[in-house]
Design a protein around this ligand. Structure first.
Ligand SMILES: CC(C)(COP(=O)(O)OP(=O)(O)OC[C@H]1O[C@@H](n2cnc3c(N)ncnc32)[C@H](O)[C@@H]1OP(=O)(O)O)[C@@H](O)C(=O)NCCC(=O)NCCS
Length: 321
């Protein structure tokens, strides 16, 4: 088995890679979307990821991102491990373990001190990550409420409009400004949102609502709508009135469906939905894991370093990768 970086893959191997991705996640990280991310942002590692190749076929992949993080003692750039997958007929033969070990060694050699990834506690990958030194540091809480009593209306709350692709950079700036006093995922890799929009990975007009005050951007909410429910995992506002209007817009857009809030929105505001009666969970299946490169650590050391139990910690829907 050989390991190659993204730019070392031939066109045929790129097709194989896309199939490995499809088989594992049901989607394709298309060369176009990867090119957009590389062109518009500094989110991906220069080598993008490592790919296991055997008999001229790709049998495994690991992508690597660069994520700013605010520790209590200052900022750092993390290695973000993403889209770990092994071709279904080549699993349990050490492919993922080999790729991950190589990526983590490379990241350490390049000066990164910590790596993070998202997974689900119930997936087999969780055991693999634990054996490589990753520890659970954060699991997003939920609060799910009954449909708003006021029926949804097709008219948006006044002053609120759907976002466009042109708003993406300003939304990233707004996020960083609103979170400037926070810890954790306080800054976003610049350009990610517009790259995702350009590549069709997100549709700003369908999922993002913007509120303005005096002609200036004052906040936005990410509203993920499905036929059975509405989920808001990111709501960022510069004032309490902008926040109130966005919350109203979340309720309005539910049009009678249950509404859920997620991530640090829930810990920031324990009263979300409380008046109507709601179900809440302090954790979900999904979990953020963190490794200290080159030195093992315990869960409590990892949580202490990542400050995920500090009230200043912020992690929103856009910080899932
Ligand atoms: C998770 C995944 C990447 C593992 O790839 P892999 O190449 O089969 O993993 P490895 O052979 O390197 O396994 C390493 C360890 O992971 C754990 N593991 C992997 N597959 C497992 C399984 N089916 N059951 C239990 N443990 C498993 C074991 O601890 C294993 O070590 P061991 O074989 O010494 O017991 C692969 O199953 C996959 O592509 N799954 C679908 C996509 C996915 O869930 N990705 C993770 C997203 S966070």
């Amino acid at each position: 088995m050989r390991t190659l970086s993204y730019d070392e893959l031939t066109p045929g191997l790129h097709q194989d890679r896309a199939l490995v991705h499809l088989a594992a996640f049901g989607g394709i990280a298309s060369p176009r979307s990867i090119d957009e991310l590389r062109r518009r942002s500094n989110r991906l590692a220069e080598y993008v990821g490592m790919f296991a190749v055997e008999d001229d076929r790709v049998i495994g992949q690991v992508f690597v991102e660069r994520l700013p993080y605010e520790f209590p003692d200052g900022p750092a750039l993390l290695a973000g491990i993403a889209a770990v997958a092994t071709r279904p007929d080549r699993r349990r033969a050490g492919v993922a373990r080999t790729l991950l070990a190589e990526v983590l060694a490379r990241e350490r050699a390049e000066g990164r001190e910590h790596a993070v990834l998202w997974t689900d506690r119930s997936w087999v990958a969780h055991a693999l990550y634990e054996r490589l030194g990753f520890r659970d540091v954060y699991s997003p809480p939920w609060v799910v409420g009954a449909p708003p009593r006021v029926p949804g209306s097709s008219v948006p709350v006044e002053g609120i409009r759907p976002a466009t692709a042109e708003d993406c950079d300003a939304l990233e700036e707004l996020h960083d400004r609103a979170c400037s006093e926070r810890l954790g995922f306080r800054r976003r890799p610049r350009g990610s949102l517009s790259a995702w929009a350009a590549a069709g990975r997100i549709d700003p007009s369908a999922t993002l609502r913007i509120v303005s005050r005096g002609g200036r951007l004052a906040g936005y909410a990410h509203i993920d709508r499905a036929p059975s429910r509405v989920v808001c995992g990111e709501l960022v506002a510069l004032s309490s009135s902008a926040r109130r209007d966005l919350l109203r817009e979340v309720g309005r857009s539910a049009e009678g469906r249950p509404v859920a809030f997620q991530h640090t929105l829930v810990t920031d505001d324990p009263h979300l939905l409380a008046r109507r009666g709601s179900v809440d969970s302090p954790v979900s299946g999904r979990v953020l894991m963190a490794a200290r490169l080159g030195r093992a650590w315990s869960s409590s050391e990892a949580i202490g370093k990542f400050a995920t139990d500090d009230s200043r910690f912020v992690c929103l829907a856009g910080d899932r990768f």
